[in-house]
Design a protein around this ligand. Structure first.
Ligand SMILES: Cc1cc2nc3c(=O)[nH]c(=O)nc-3n(C[C@H](O)[C@H](O)[C@H](O)COP(=O)(O)OP(=O)(O)OC[C@H]3O[C@@H](n4cnc5c(N)ncnc54)[C@H](O)[C@@H]3O)c2cc1C
Length: 291
């Protein structure tokens, strides 16, 4: 029985994010990755959810498998847009019965191609309330240091809604970022709004610069020019790209930990090597992570 809010109270936490595999081969790859990351004693791992329920069963099966068969605390991501209330309650009931205690409550993105979907819940804060109604879960929410893409640059509205959401949740996890300034600025802005809920920074080790740059564009995270230039200079050498990616992420983690963050959440893209190298660089074997 492990709730992330309790882990954070003993913090810092170190966690890994996976996505549910689509094919048998991808499932074997994820299994290998989990096996390689388990010796790092993660505080918890999390599994993403396809907006609108496109990965409903796969996410559920992977989350329950990890928690039951590896003993690692697993958190399920869940999005509410385009689901009925009943569908969400049913899935949360399955998690509760399986002993899953941690949910990342998200809005998700509205389907781009249709409008005839259920509109029971629209915003993540409504899902937080529903999850609390269904059971004694520890509930996390997403935070976007460089503003949510749907906030369209309206900083004060973005921070107001984020603050309201964090006040109802137990913790936040951020979208990945490459420079720490937007994260600490967001914390300052939240403090002014009276929010003290812990917000775990998300870090993505760059192992493929083109891919991560595309992710960053979608997520509203800046891929800084100086980094883009460093990667461009070694674009033909995958080993060098990974080396720079690991160095950059290690430096960012060092700075974040030195400044007392509540934990680090690694976006692994279902691979273990870069995360293990960062752990080694940080000397995390000797770090007293909460678990
Ligand atoms: C750690 C992390 C994990 C993620 N995992 C997934 C995943 O598994 N699956 C997935 O599909 N996506 C995931 N995402 C992406 C994220 O969920 C998407 O950006 C999604 O579109 C919005 O979800 P949200 O929970 O941030 O939305 P919300 O917090 O609901 O915010 C969405 C937008 O609505 C605005 N808003 C909020 N409340 C109101 C209100 N009352 N009135 C008007 N405007 C309001 C906000 O300012 C924001 O612009 C993740 C993001 C992070 C940071």
């Amino acid at each position: 029985m492990t709730k992330i809010r309790d882990l954070l109270a003993a913090g810092p936490t170190f966690s890994f994010e996976f996505f549910p595999p689509k094919t048998d081969e991808a499932a074997r790859e994820l299994e290998k990755t989990i096996g390689e990351l388990k010796p790092l004693n993660p505080s918890f791992v999390s599994v993403t959810y396809g907006a609108g329920g496109s990965t409903r069963d796969r996410t559920r099966d992977v989350v329950i498998h990890i928690q039951r068969d590896t003993g690692i605390t697993a958190m399920a991501h869940l999005t509410c847009i385009a689901h009925t209330r009943e569908e969400l309650v049913a899935l949360l009931g399955e998690y509760r019965e399986a002993g899953i205690e941690n949910i990342l409550a998200l809005a998700g993105d509205p389907p781009a191609d249709r409008t005839d979907y259920p509109h029971d819940l629209t915003y993540a804060i409504e899902l937080v309330a529903l999850v609390r109604e269904v059971g004694d879960f520890s509930i996390g929410v997403a935070a976007h240091p460089e503003l949510h893409p749907r906030s369209r640059g309206d900083r004060s509205a973005d921070r107001k809604y984020l603050a309201l959401k964090l006040q109802e949740a137990d913790f936040g996890i951020t979208q990945f970022f490459f420079k720490s300034e937007p994260y600490f600025r967001m914390l300052d802005e939240l403090e002014v709004l009276g929010v003290t809920t812990p917000v775990i920074p998300g870090v993505i080790p760059v192992t493929n610069a083109g891919q991560v740059k595309r992710f960053a564009e979608l997520a509203g995270a800046e891929f800084p020019q100086d980094l883009a230039e460093r990667f461009a200079a070694v674009a033909d050498d995958p080993v060098e790209v990974r080396k720079i990616g690991v160095d950059v992420a290690t430096g960012l983690c060092e700075e974040l930990l030195d400044r007392g963050v509540p934990g680090i959440h690694f976006y692994t893209l279902n691979r273990s090597t870069a995360t293990r190298e960062i752990y080694a660089n940080l000397g995390l074997g000797g770090y007293e992570a909460s678990r």
